[in-house]
Design a protein around this ligand. Structure first.
Ligand SMILES: CC(C)(COP(=O)(O)OP(=O)(O)OC[C@H]1O[C@@H](n2cnc3c(N)ncnc32)[C@H](O)[C@@H]1OP(=O)(O)O)[C@@H](O)C(=O)NCCC(=O)NCCSC(=O)CC(=O)O
Length: 462
């Protein structure tokens, strides 16, 4: 019966005139090839199984008094310089409970490799141990290891230190990334997801991000380099991402997309934050006053690429209408200043909290109110600028406040020296409250804090 109907169909096809038959067959083949390509190209979803943030011991806490004591005892700073650092500290938006590296408390006032290694080991080993235990993953499960630290790149690498400590398997693909600045956490997630997708079998990738200020602690008089001493603090985070389909049920978030934009072709962007020696040979990291403007320009170009991929069509249309209206009124400046409302794309935003003026600039440019930047300000206050791990401390803030609901969309946005902007977009797979190791446990009730006064140095453009 079936054979006869197939024969009949073939016969009626053959009966078709050639000008009809050829396009029909070509269209059918094209359709089949397209479907096949889509099926073959379909990427396995990547999940954030879980993550941990380091909470150093309370004896590593630093407040203005500890800073003043250190500054006095080390006898390397003049009174004027001490006053400048006091001023920056008071305006920075940092609280009195951030964490400093071990050498600050050693009484030796020398930055040595041994102290830098101690600082790295304390953070890295603590978070990786915590995370593996709570995610029920063994070191033998991990096929990709990405470790990022901007200012410290020892040999053997930080990735090797982790592989050695946790006895990782010999075929683990390990990457140690340095010099990438504060965007290395979001870059690390992007790298891990791409590496997993290149593997034939689903697996686990461990991303560990930290900063290490020990060897870059600055003992000179260059103000740009002194600002770094005042705002950078100790912090480390580890995240487990996986494309194992069976772990979807345990995972907290699904990675929806990543986007990286590099603005290093521009001179000002490239020089905005640099590791350097001053004229007396003192090593440190200089943060120019231009950095905040550079971050704003980078953000504008970044969201131009991100917007069409994440915003609902209605918001894109509303944005196009506002721009067209401003242009029609002859107001090109207003048209250029228009930005789509990203609150229509995301329920939660982990915005890079690299400094009070950086948060202010992002809020201004994006039209975000105090509630949107509250987690960024709280993270800066409680932990300081911990560099690449900041966005995970912010994620932990949302969970500590029990704000994450299944289906919520979350945006991690980070800037990094170079100059780069990087986004990770996540979707919550379940309601997420605080884990037992959430770094905000015990202090989250004190936030949000009253708003700090706006920056005078970085005034909004007239
Ligand atoms: C430093 C601040 C806390 C200061 O606060 P305010 O701006 O409110 O204070 P203010 O305007 O009164 O300025 C106080 C004094 O500091 C000076 N001042 C401000 N910024 C300076 C800088 N970058 N270098 C040298 N001096 C600076 C001002 O001239 C002024 O000095 P005087 O009184 O003598 O005129 C803020 O400007 C800020 O958050 N800046 C951004 C910090 C930053 O660059 N973060 C990104 C880190 S890098 C990063 O996150 C990415 C990465 O690493 O990859």
């Amino acid at each position: 019966m079936q054979a006869s109907s197939t024969t009949a169909a073939m016969a009626s096809l053959r009966a078709l005139p050639l000008p009809v038959l050829v396009p029909l067959v070509v269209s059918a083949l094209a359709f089949l090839v397209t479907v096949l390509r889509l099926v073959l190209r379909r990427q396995r979803p990547v999940y954030l199984l879980n993550y941990s943030c380091h909470l150093p011991d309370v004896d590593r806490q630093v407040n203005l008094e500890v800073c003043e004591y250190f500054g006095l005892k080390c006898r390397r700073y003049s009174d004027d310089i001490a006053d400048f650092m006091r001023l920056i500290y008071s305006k920075s938006g940092l609280g009195q409970e951030t964490f400093a590296p071990p050498f600050i408390f050693s009484g030796r006032f020398d930055k040595t490799l041994a102290f830098a290694v101690q600082e790295a080991e304390e953070g890295l080993f603590a978070v990786v141990g915590q995370l593996l235990a709570k995610a029920d993953v063994t070191p033998a499960d991990i096929s990709v290891l990405v470790v990022a630290c901007s200012m410290f790149s020892p040999m053997p690498s930080l990735a090797s230190m982790i592989a050695h400590r946790f006895k990782m398997r010999p075929d683990v693909k390990a990457y140690s990334v340095a010099g990438m600045g504060c965007s290395a956490g979001t870059v690390g997630i992007d790298t891990a997801a791409r590496s997993l997708r290149c593997q034939r079998r689903p697996g686990y990738a461990l991303v560990v991000v930290t900063e290490n200020t020990s060897l870059n602690w600055y003992f000179g008089e260059n103000k740009h380099m002194l600002v770094t001493n005042c705002i950078f603090r100790v912090g480390t985070a580890a995240a487990l991402v996986t494309d194992v389909p069976a772990r979807r049920a345990d995972a907290k978030y699904e990675l929806v997309r990543t986007l990286r934009t590099h603005h290093g072709a521009d001179d000002a962007a490239f020089h905005a934050a640099t590791q350097m020696e001053d004229e007396r040979g003192n090593l440190g990291v200089a943060l120019t006053k231009d950095l905040v403007r550079v971050a704003g320009a980078a953000l504008r170009r970044h969201i131009t690429a991100l917007g069409p991929r994440v915003l609902p069509v209605a918001e894109m249309l509303r944005y196009a209408w506002r721009v067209a209206r401003a242009r029609a009124a002859g107001n090109r400046k207003a048209a250029a200043a228009e930005v789509p409302d990203f609150q229509r794309a995301f329920e939660h935003m982990c915005i890079h909290s690299g400094g009070k003026a950086v948060i202010d600039a992002v809020a201004r440019l994006m039209g975000f109110g105090p509630a949107v930047v509250e987690p960024a300000r709280a993270t800066l206050h409680r932990f300081g600028n911990t560099s690449s791990s900041l966005v995970f401390y912010e994620l932990a803030y949302f969970e500590a406040k029990r704000r994450v609901r299944a289906g919520d969309r979350l945006w991690m946005l980070a800037f990094g020296t170079g100059f780069k902007a990087c986004s990770n977009v996540w979707r919550a797979l379940r309601d997420c409250g605080p884990d037992a190791d959430n770094p905000w446990n015990g202090c989250v009730h004190r936030y949000p804090m009253p708003l700090p006064p706006p920056s005078k140095t970085h005034k909004p453009a007239a």
